[in-house]
Design a protein around this ligand. Structure first.
Ligand code: PPY
Length: 315
């Protein structure tokens, strides 16, 4: 039975995302068998390390949200140990439930705990509805709910899954300052063949640029020159020294696409370090843009011509 680690404890948004990966039969977008064993772990790093050590076959972690941006803990942990690759993504609409102990009212709430990414999405609601409550950070939204049960906090801003999992009462549901907020989650495993290309794929890499003038523009030029549409760029410090950064790049296409393979090979030449973080179907299934001159057949016919030139059969 496949073992799937996720950023827990039980009742996180990440658990909801993990369940979105369950498919019977498994597919590229729902690659996890429904009888898989789901294992909650307290931190993102622990979930990823469980895959590295072989304790789990895959892990689900949040990677970015539309309000607060990247989940730095995920980016850092993805490159902090042995290689891992994403094989699927899912995008979850985010609405919060404010949980209290049964019988408690808004007037009883002096402390509210939640994950920092959640806090950033409900600041307005808290200011209006619980103006005198102190907002405290917790390791996850579900850890905040567990803390309310234990009497550590008076309220938790949590996922609907936490309301179902823990014997707490909902003070408010459907809470969100930004109506259509979404979070994107990845399913990662140890390196292996990428899922089949669908024509609506995303590729993710982490690159440390060379230390020279224009190094980042070389990276962008490589992508543009291969007709590749970038969907995200995010920098994180390498932690080696001040001023050295690792760029997390997402772009359209699959490692099996000729233009993507050629761009990856060029990035490898241009950058001090490149780590492949996976090619997988886009959650929105939006077909990749393939500019004329960069389709597989364009590369193949150019290669046939070059081979003929080298062999003296054409000029
Ligand atoms: O804490 C959780 O429940 C998570 O899964 C992380 C998170 C927090 C806020 C929005 C989306 C995901």
């Amino acid at each position: 039975m496949p073992r799937i680690a996720y950023f827990g404890p039980e009742g996180t948004f990440t658990e909801q995302a993990t369940r979105a990966f369950l498919g019977d039969p498994p597919t590229d977008t729902r690659p996890v068998a429904p009888d898989s064993e789901l294992r909650p772990l307290e931190t993102i790093a622990a979930a990823l390390d469980a895959v590295r050590s072989g304790e789990a076959d895959a892990a689900c972690v949040p990677v970015e949200n539309s309000v607060e941006g990247s989940v730095a803990a995920t980016l850092d942990a993805l490159v902090a140990g042995d290689p891992l690759v994403a094989i699927a993504e899912t995008v979850l609409p985010i609405r919060f439930t404010v949980l209290v102990r049964p019988g408690a009212a808004a007037a009883d709430v002096r402390t509210v705990a939640t994950h920092p990414h959640a806090a950033a999405q409900v600041r307005g609601w808290l200011a209006e509805n619980l103006p005198s409550a102190a907002v405290l950070p917790s390791s996850s939204t579900a850890a905040a709910a567990v803390g309310v049960l234990a009497g550590e906090y008076d309220a938790a801003v949590a996922a609907p899954a936490a309301a179902a999992r823990y014997p707490l009462a909902a003070l408010a549901t459907d809470v969100a300052d930004v109506r259509d907020a979404v979070t994107r989650f990845l399913l990662v495993r140890r390196p292996g063949p990428a899922p089949a290309r669908t024509g609506a794929d995303r590729t993710s890499v982490a690159a440390v640029t060379a230390d020279r003038i224009g190094a980042l523009s070389e990276v962008l030029t490589v992508l543009a020159g291969h007709g590749i549409n970038m969907t995200r760029i995010e920098s994180r410090p390498t932690r080696n020294r001040l001023g050295e950064y690792r760029f997390f790049l997402d772009f359209e296409g699959h490692v099996a696409d000729h233009r993507v393979g050629a761009a990856l090979a060029a990035l490898r030449r241009h950058c001090a370090e490149v780590r492949f973080l996976g090619s997988f179907p886009r959650a929105d299934q939006a077909p990749n843009t393939v500019p004329t001159t960069t389709a597989d057949e364009d590369f193949a016919s150019a290669q046939r011509w070059l081979t003929a030139v080298r062999e003296g059969r054409e000029a």
